[in-house]
Ligand binder design. Structure first.
Ligand code: ADP
Ligand code: MG
Length: 386
């Protein structure tokens, strides 16, 4: 689960990490008041969306006049922000922060993640912080410093100083840097995070270390024991179809192709998507309806697939192992009766009672193309989606 920058910064503050003063605003009318409260000569208006790359997408606006900040709020609030990290629709901006402009002398990068290779929480740091860190990581990976943390211990002062030295930080900054890193480590381990990033972590003209940005991703499987984090969830930032799928325990991910897929089993779903691509099509989604599929869940899956604007045809690919294909066929018919069928559909059934299942669909009043062979089914659905 992602949270907003301002929520991350609240957590930072509570863990002794310095952040700029800011005010959260959801109506442009409150902007002038926020600027006055913050004081100073420069204000930065920042879109609050669950995506990085906001600076590149026009979501971070530096203002030297209060009236410019008001206009920036007006422009951002209620619109959608498209960045290199969002899809082509962008993310809705329902809140901005008005933040005190900082005098930046140096932009660093500091992050923590679970490195699966080494099975350790790992600190990532770089002297090349700022908006092009992705490019730094891919083109000059040697500029990313990595430090694994002992899973039986905590991050130590020695760890912090070692990283500070690799970042060429002046000794006068060591204690502020250690305080920042220890704070991050505490948030990470106390709340079961997957990733925390401060990019940029800045050194100001006054030799202060300040987190100018904050991104945190928490482990969904541990939210049950992190109530205070779960309370920060913002469903407006989530994909509507993915959210409603999760309510029905359907494993669903939106994609931008044209063939809607309904499959049982994650492996089969992946193979089905590959086959659609192989035959010149592109999947509109990943959907695993799971093992113990009920007709209610099949109906919901249909509804979600058909609600996608880009979907032109549907492929149902079910392997009847424990579950019988005749039961699945009846489930599909019930689903269609309930939610209707507005798109061409190909159903491939294989496994236990496949023959009976296909007969049930063939004899139904609906226009369902049945196919026992998966390759042929994929070829047909790709053709129909064109
Ligand atoms: P994103 O990573 O989504 O682009 P950031 O919060 O990192 O958003 O902001 C992008 C850039 O804008 C920063 O690298 C920094 O140069 C500038 N910036 C952001 N906040 C401030 C601020 N409070 N004062 C001065 N510059 C800022
Ligand atoms: Mg950033």
């Amino acid at each position: 689960m992602h949270i907003h920058e301002y929520q991350a910064k609240d957590l930072f503050k509570n863990n002794n990490i310095k952040v700029p003063n800011f005010v959260v605003v959801s109506s442009a009318k409150k902007t002038a008041q926020a600027c006055e409260k913050l004081g100073g000569l420069v204000w930065v208006v920042k879109a609050q969306v669950h995506a990085g790359g906001r600076g590149k997408g026009g979501g971070v606006i530096v203002c030297k006049e209060i009236k410019d900040a008001v206009n920036a709020s007006k422009k951002l609030l209620g619109s959608k922000l498209i960045t290199p990290q969002t899809d082509s629709n962008g993310q809705p901006i329902n809140e901005v922060i008005i933040e005190a402009g900082q005098d930046i002398a140096k932009e660093l990068y500091l992050g923590l993640l679970v490195d699966r290779g080494s099975e350790r929480i790992t600190v990532l740091a770089s002297t090349e912080g700022g908006m092009d860190i992705e490019q730094v990581a891919s083109e000059t990976p040697e500029k990313i410093i990595k430090k694994k943390i002992d899973p039986l211990g905590k991050i130590t002062l020695e760890d912090c100083i070692e990283i500070a030295n690799k970042l060429n930080l002046d000794a006068s900054l060591h204690s502020q840097f250690s305080q920042t890193l220890v704070g991050l480590f505490n948030i990470f381990t106390e709340h079961d995070a997957n990733l925390i990033e401060i990019n940029p972590l800045v050194i100001t003209g006054n030799n202060e270390i300040i987190a100018l940005d904050g991104k945190i991703d928490f482990d969904d499987n541990a939210l049950y024991r992190n109530e205070s984090i779960l309370a920060l969830r913002d469903i407006a930032q989530e994909d509507e179809r993915e959210r409603s799928a999760s309510e029905y325990q359907l494993n669903y991910i939106s994609l931008d192709g044209t063939v809607g897929c309904m499959v049982n089993g994650a492996g089969l779903a992946m193979a089905t998507m590959d086959l659609i691509e192989y035959h010149g099509g592109s999947p509109a989604n990943f959907l695993d309806v799971g093992g113990g599929t009920t007709s209610e869940r099949v109906a919901k899956a249909f509804e979600i697939i058909q609600s996608g604007d880009n979907v032109k045809a549907i492929l149902v690919n079910i392997f009847g192992g424990i579950v019988r294909c005749d039961l699945i066929a009846n489930g599909i018919l019930q689903a269609i009766e309930k939610v209707g069928l507005s798109l061409p559909i190909v159903v491939r059934l294989e496994g236990t009672n496949a023959k009976e299942g296909l007969e049930i669909l063939n004899e139904s009043q609906f226009e369902i193309i049945t196919e026992a062979d998966l390759t042929k089914a994929a070829q047909q659905v790709v053709e129909m989606a064109k």
